[in-house]
Design a protein around this ligand. Structure first.
Ligand code: RNT
Ligand code: ZN
Length: 416
């Protein structure tokens, strides 16, 4: 198959509807997608790799070859990144620290525990985002962290989050970039609580302490809401109203995770609302199947709608795209490649739309043409543009990456 020839034909067709495919490619190239490190090892990290994953989230499956050391995780990530075009970041959780063999309490983590990640990021030309880890730890066993009624527990997690913010600022400063730091807490009640307000007041107080003195040049902070978690079905302290309200009042970001809403609510409809009040938002692009199951992101309608919202509004500098899925039942490198490439494919799909023309039809009230054209554009040869983009970026075209993953599985993963 001649990728260039197919591209040239596609280019001509898109030009006839006023879309410049070369420009679309240039724009896509500059949009960073933040790949979450935790797909590589089922959210275990290196603090206590054999410990349980707690906090109401879950990985299922036992596919062989999981990374169990920093070196393995980096090698796997590099392998995945080599098959993904464009600009990439890695989203690190605090538990992925390099403690050099010495146990470090979460409230004592420092930039030095991430120095080797910084070197790695520089060498691989990858940006870094960060996340405090407020779960999978004895101090979170009560089910509460930043909203806990126990002062010592609350203070411990406030300290951890402050330390995490400082580490993120270090990454931003050292990389000459802006990190995004996401604060998600598992706090919630399995059964109906009495004092919702008290827990929420304490959460606000903790947030105030964490974000005092933040440096927005190097790091943007985001609070992530959720509707429920396993074991926290009746009340989640960090609800959407809490996180949204806090972000608006304090000019932070909210993180909109596609798995954290009621089944008929969609993040694609929330982006424009959030950007009405906030400078920036962060996304956790995931795929909920019946619950917040964090399946690998597929090229479905909601993904396309999210990408369209970003592209149509020229919001790529205000919407920070992060991924958040963890499937332990398939090859984890394939999971990264599939999910990340799908996110980029959706952006490419959105970039090949003659948006101004459609907007005009909408303003004129010609909804018939709007629907007719949107449906026709679905069968335009967007894949030819995507394939050409992959080829020109030097990454595998179409399904050629799968053979590489299988080879890596046989050569590397199977020997672990
Ligand atoms: C949990 C949140 C959170 C985590 C990661 C590991 O429901 O989505 O973002 O998935 O931080
Ligand atoms: Zn998330």
């Amino acid at each position: 198959m001649n990728t260039l020839k197919a591209y040239e034909l596609a280019k001509e067709l898109y030009a006839s509807i006023g879309v410049d495919t070369d420009k679309a490619i240039e724009r896509l190239k500059a949009i960073p997608v933040s790949m979450h490190c935790w797909q590589g090892d089922d959210v275990r990290g290196f603090e206590n790799p054999n410990g349980d994953l707690t906090g109401g989230i879950q990985t299922t499956g036992n596919y062989p070859g999981r990374a169990t050391t920093i070196a393995e995780l980096r090698a796997d990530f590099e392998k995945a990144a080599s098959m993904i075009p464009g600009k990439k970041k890695i989203s690190l959780h605090a538990i992925y620290l390099d403690n050099l063999g010495k146990k470090v309490e979460r409230n004592e983590i420092e930039p030095k525990h991430f120095a080797s990640w910084l070197e790695w990021a520089k060498a691989n030309k990858i940006g870094v985002d960060f996340n405090p880890t407020c779960f999978s730890h004895p101090m979170s066993d009560s089910g509460f962290t930043l909203s806990s009624a126990d002062d010592s527990i609350r203070e411990y997690w406030v300290e951890h989050c402050i330390k995490s913010r400082i580490i993120a600022e270090y990454f931003g400063r050292e990389l000459g970039d802006t990190a995004c730091t996401n604060y998600w807490i598992p706090d919630g009640f399995k059964d109906i609580p009495i004092d919702r307000y008290g827990y929420r007041e304490r959460l606000l107080d903790s947030y105030d302490k964490i974000f005092a003195g933040q440096n927005k040049q190097y790091n943007l902070n985001a609070v992530e809401s959720k509707v429920f978690g396993i074991g926290a079905e009746s009340c989640t302290i960090g609800s959407l109203e809490m996180c949204f309200g806090y972000a608006v009042k304090n000019n932070l970001m909210v993180t909109l995770d596609t798995g954290h809403f009621h089944p008929t609510e969609v993040v694609s409809d929330k982006i424009s609302s959030a950007l009405t009040f906030l400078d920036d938002v962060m996304l956790h692009v995931s795929r909920p199947v019946r619950w917040d199951s964090d399946h690998v992101v597929i090229f479905d309608d909601e993904l396309k709608y999210i990408a369209q919202e970003i592209i149509r509004g020229n919001f790529e500098n205000r919407v920070h795209i992060g991924l958040d899925f963890f499937d332990a039942s398939i090859n984890r490198i394939a999971a990264w490649v599939i999910g990340t490439r799908n996110m980029q494919k959706a952006l490419m799909y959105a970039l090949l739309e003659p948006t101004e023309k459609l907007k005009k039809l909408e303003l004129e009230g010609d909804y018939t043409s709007r629907l007719a054209l949107l449906e026709e554009y679905k069968s335009y040869p967007f894949a030819a543009v995507w394939d050409y983009y992959c080829e020109s970026e030097g990454v595998p075209v179409r399904d050629a990456w799968l053979g590489e993953v299988k080879k890596y599985e046989a050569d590397v993963l199977a020997k672990r």
